[in-house]
Every structure is written in C-alpha cells, then in structure tokens.
Design a protein around this ligand. Structure first.
Ligand SMILES: Cc1cc2nc3c(=O)[nH]c(=O)nc-3n(C[C@H](O)[C@H](O)[C@H](O)COP(=O)(O)OP(=O)(O)OC[C@H]3O[C@@H](n4cnc5c(N)ncnc54)[C@H](O)[C@@H]3O)c2cc1C
Length: 383
C-alpha cells in the first residue's frame, strides 16, 4: 500500500463508496447497453471528485496526478469502463492545467472541477495513431480566428464532453513542429461528431469521431504558443499515463478479489479449490504483481506532482507494467473461475475485456518501450 496522506485516504474512501454503492449495481447494464453513464457522472460531480486534480484557485481540491490515480483506481476496481467518464476528463483537462493562461484556466477549470462540463483530448487521426506526428488536421490563421479542418478518431468522451483539447497543424510544412493545441467547445459552428465505436470492452465509455469543417475558433483558444502542440500533447501524456496505469491496476484488483472469493467458495473434490497449492501460487503471483505495479504507479505520480522535469520514462514504465499485469491477472482470474469465468454472469470476463485497452491507448505498450529505451540511451550518453 503506498503511503497516502489523510486527505488522499479520504478521497480513496469516497471513490470506493461511489464505486460500490452507485456503479456496482449498474455496471452490467452499461456493459450491455454501451450508453454513457450520466447518472454516475452526476454522483461523481456531487461528491466533488472531478475537482481532485484541479488547482484550488480554479475551484478544485488542489491535488494532482496522485489524486487522479487514486480515484481512477477505485472506480476501475468496480468498472474500468465507467471510470473513464472521470479519467478521460482528467486527460482532457491536463493541457489546460499545464499550459493554459490564467484567463483560460479561469474560464474552463471551475466548470470541469464541478463536473458541469466534461473534457476530452483529441490527438489521434485515421492515419496518425502511434505515429502521432503524422496528423493532418489543419488550423489556419484567419484574422483573430483559426479555422480547423480535419477528423479526429477514437476520442474518449467524444460527443459527451463539452471542452476539447485538439491538436492541429498551424504550419503543415513543418510536420509535428508545426502543430498547435486548441481548446474547442461543443456547439462551435463547423464542429460535429461522427461515428460512435462499438467496442470489445470499456463499454459505457463513448469513443467517437470529431469532425472539423471550417470550424472557426477564436485565437484566445490557442494553448501555449503556435508550434508547441506536439510538446503539449507529449507532456500531457506523461502526466496522464500513470492514470491509465491506475485504471489497469484497479481492474486487476477487482479481478483478483473476485478470484479469491470464488476460490474460497467453489467446492471440487470435496474441498474449496483454494486449498490447492497450484491455485494458491497463482493467486500469490497475481497479488505480488498488483502490489509491485501499484508501487510503480504511485512513484510515477509522486514524481509528476513534485514537478520533476522529465518523467517520460517512469510514466511510460508505470503504464507498460500495470497494463501488462492487468492483462495477466484478469486472464488468470477467468482461469480460476473456470467455465463460470467465461460466462457473462460473472464479472471477470468483462474485466479481461476492459483490461486489454490499457495496453493499447495513450500509446501502445510497444511505444512505451520505445519511450523507455530512448530515455535509457539518453541517460547512458550523459555519463
Ligand atoms: C477505445 C479507445 C479510446 C481512445 N481514446 C483516445 C483519446 O481519447 N484521444 C486520442 O487522441 N486517442 C485515443 N485513442 C487512440 C489510441 O491512443 C491509439 O489507438 C493508439 O495510440 C495506437 O494507435 P493505432 O491504434 O493507430 O495503432 P497503430 O499505430 O496503427 O499500431 C498498430 C500496431 O503496430 C505497433 N507499432 C506501431 N508503430 C510501432 C513502432 N514504431 N514500433 C513497434 N511497434 C509499432 C503498435 O504497437 C500496434 O501493436 C483511443 C483508442 C481506443 C481504441
């Protein structure tokens, strides 16, 4: 267990209560219907949890990546899909927190902190996934406006959020170096929503296309400076990857707890299956991996919150390790429940489906290994 402060323990307790009292009774419903869980968004907002990662002067609690991870982990322990209504808003708010001007922060952060408006982050395009520098969306200056044209793909909270950070090219001739970051509000003329995806897991989390057709946005919606868009995106991902890791490990904890409960109750050969050393050792390995991943996640979060300059390596490590652990642990949990684990009547098959995305988004785990290797090579060259 990481060393949390009194306040952080209270936040964890509050998030756990919402997860158990509000999310648990409806998680199967949302997994089947794939509707957006507005009733849970309201419950999270009423508890002020959307404010945990927002600075106090902008209406939040004043916490950071650690608090965001704590809430995400507790919600994901019950449902990794519904938890994204919270976590993806954290991702969407991060560019504003890191790079917003005082006016931009004053305008948007209190709305996010209160849960009145959700946020989202839009980088990916049909031809730019891992190769994010290959984006094609353009943002052409026109007087005191920018005109956005292009399509963003697979945006979490797309169509539900009202505040979007969008990365577009202000100077297409310079590629990624000509990218800039903008705040785009729902309802802006020329901004519409496209295809909503039908997914394997994290159902109840909307994944949708954003379409920009001569979308005019005021110049004051530019974040940082022109040409800084790729840097805004990469620094944002450094801060948010421990959150994906927390989602992964929350899912893994839920699966581990379900497997232990089941193994204590299921009788085969006249004894509970947990009496078999083979299963005990499986559970021991699962619990050890979860604990190791948690230590790494909260170390990454601590470094992020302490203002350490370059956290790319540890942030990528936390996401890589925790998501691989989540996939292993949820798969083993299905195995421990045997045939029942494969049935939708039990939650572990959903947990296994939900875990998979954590190895893919915010940079696949192959890309995390690239980030880590780049840092290792840089460190070695400095010696
Ligand atoms: C459910 C969901 C929600 C998402 N939410 C958001 C969001 O809110 N905002 C947003 O901007 N994006 C979002 N994404 C996009 C996500 O970040 C990308 O899917 C991810 O970065 C991978 O890109 P890709 O799917 O195009 O895969 P590709 O880049 O096409 O990769 C395909 C495979 O090739 C491998 N690969 C590619 N390049 C290399 C390389 N250089 N070395 C080794 N292997 C490589 C990858 O690891 C992967 O296994 C979301 C995606 C999904 C599925």
């Amino acid at each position: 267990m990481p060393e949390f402060t009194e306040e952080q323990l209270m936040i964890a307790d509050l998030a756990r209560r919402i997860a158990v009292e509000k999310i648990l009774p409806v998680r199967e419903k949302y997994d089947r219907s794939d509707e957006f869980p507005w009733e849970i968004v309201e419950a999270i907002a009423e508890s002020d949890l959307y404010g945990v990662f927002i600075p106090e002067e902008y209406g939040g609690f004043g916490g950071g990546v650690t608090e965001m991870a704590i809430v995400t982990e507790e919600l994901s322990r019950v449902c990794g899909g519904i938890a994204l209504a919270f976590a993806a808003t954290g991702l969407g708010a991060m560019p504003l927190i890191l790079f917003g001007s005082d006016e931009q922060k004053k305008k948007y952060l209190p709305q996010i902190a209160s849960g009145k408006r959700l946020a989202a982050f839009a980088l990916t395009e049909p031809e730019a996934g891992s190769d994010a520098g290959n984006i094609k969306t353009t943002a052409k200056k026109d007087g005191d406006h920018y005109i956005l044209n292009g399509t963003k793909q697979w945006i979490t909270n797309g169509g539900e959020a009202e505040i979007y950070t969008v990365i577009g090219l202000t100077d297409p001739s310079r590629g990624a170096r000509g990218a800039s970051a903008f705040i785009v509000e729902d309802g802006t003329s020329g901004f519409s929503y496209g295809k909503k995806e039908d997914k394997m897991g994290i159902r109840g989390s909307t994944t949708r296309e954003l379409i920009f057709e001569d979308c005019r946005i005021p110049s004051e919606n530019l974040l940082a400076r022109t040409g800084f868009g790729f840097m805004v995106a990469m620094k944002t991902l450094d801060m948010s990857r421990p959150g994906v890791a927390a989602q992964a490990i929350g899912i893994a904890r839920g699966a581990l707890e379900t497997a232990i409960d089941y193994a204590r109750q299921r009788i085969q050969f006249d004894k509970p299956i947990i009496a078999n050393q083979g299963l005990q050792w499986m559970l021991s390995d699962m619990a050890t991996k979860v604990e190791a991943a948690r230590a790494l996640i909260y170390e990454a979060a601590r470094k992020a919150d302490s203002g350490e300059k370059d956290i790319s390596k540890i942030s990528a490590m936390s996401k890589l390790f925790a998501s691989d652990v989540a996939m292993e642990v949820t798969t083993d949990a299905v195995q421990i429940l045997g045939g029942y684990g494969y049935m939708r009547e039990y939650p572990v098959e959903k947990m296994m489906r939900d875990a998979k995305i954590t190895q893919i988004y915010e940079g696949t785990n192959q890309i995390q290994r690239d980030v880590i290797a780049r840092a290792l090579i840089k460190e070695a060259a400095r010696k």
